[in-house]
Design a protein around this ligand. Structure first.
Ligand code: ZN
Length: 260
């Protein structure tokens, strides 16, 4: 499932291949993926160039002049850039064809993603009441402290709520709390200043390192909790026992010894 690190890589891929060339045609191969009418999508992008891309959480936006293309990757969305039709990916749902014949396909086997159009990223974020992007330059420690202040409930639930922080998925929240040595059920209003800072540092570190590992095509290190998501496994950090529970309706793993 594409999480924030994958969407960041899709954003870079779009920027590398899909910008500054005129869109000659848009081929909609499956209308179920559209968040707008087919005609509205074509009107927004055909004859135009994408000039910049922007990611916020798990949403990708591409500037098409008077409006922006919006992509969400659902459970299995992906992008493929190729030169000729024979290379079209199997589950291509929308194909952007450029003047030189090359194409950018939005591929999505499971059809939980969205290809849409929005007046702009800021309008979209306001409409959907999405919180700040956790690796954006504006997401600083004081911002996070303000977000946390006055909240209640389990810390994992807070980090999973898209209106509070956009794009933190289940794996990355567990990894963050593992790194910060905080139990996923800890009450937010009982966190010390140092613990809030440890969570903030954990969020940024986990996501940025995940992007770096993914961009090199490598797997995550064995010291990451992600590599030990099995009940009874041994914590690589302290030797404690990995336990499984459910928080925010999601399967959650943590070390019973060092996460308190
Ligand atoms: Zn441990």
């Amino acid at each position: 499932m594409p999480e924030l690190p994958e969407v960041e890589l899709y954003c870079r891929y779009f920027a590398e291949h899909g910008l500054h060339q005129r869109v000659a045609a848009v081929h909609v191969l499956d209308e179920r993926i559209l968040g707008v009418r087919n005609a509205a999508l074509k009107k927004a992008v055909v004859g135009r160039e994408f000039t910049q891309v922007r990611r916020h959480g798990k949403h990708l936006f591409a500037d098409a002049g008077s409006s922006w293309l919006h992509l969400h990757f659902g459970m299995s969305g992906d992008l493929f850039y190729y030169d000729n039709d024979s290379a079209q990916p199997r589950f291509a749902r929308v194909v952007f064809e450029f003047d030189n014949g090359s194409r950018l396909a939005y591929d999505d086997m499971r059809l939980f993603g969205v290809v849409g159009v929005t007046p702009g990223p800021d309008a979209f974020l306001a409409e959907h009441r999405l919180g700040p992007d956790p690796i954006s330059s504006g997401f600083r420690l004081p911002v996070f402290r303000t977000i946390v202040h006055g909240r209640r409930g389990a810390v994992k639930s807070l980090l999973m709520t898209q209106e509070i922080i956009a794009g933190m998925g289940n794996l990355y929240v567990d990894e963050t709390l593992y790194r910060a040595s905080i139990h996923p059920r800890r009450a937010v209003d009982a966190l010390s200043d140092a613990e809030v800072e440890a969570i903030y540092t954990g969020i940024r570190g986990v996501l940025k390192e995940a992007i770096a590992f993914k961009s090199r095509g490598g797997d995550y290190p064995v010291k990451w909790l992600t590599q030990h998501r099995e009940e009874g496994d041994r914590c690589p950090r302290c030797g404690g026992t990995i336990q499984r529970t459910v928080v925010f309706g999601r399967t959650t793993y943590f070390c019973a010894k060092h996460q308190v």
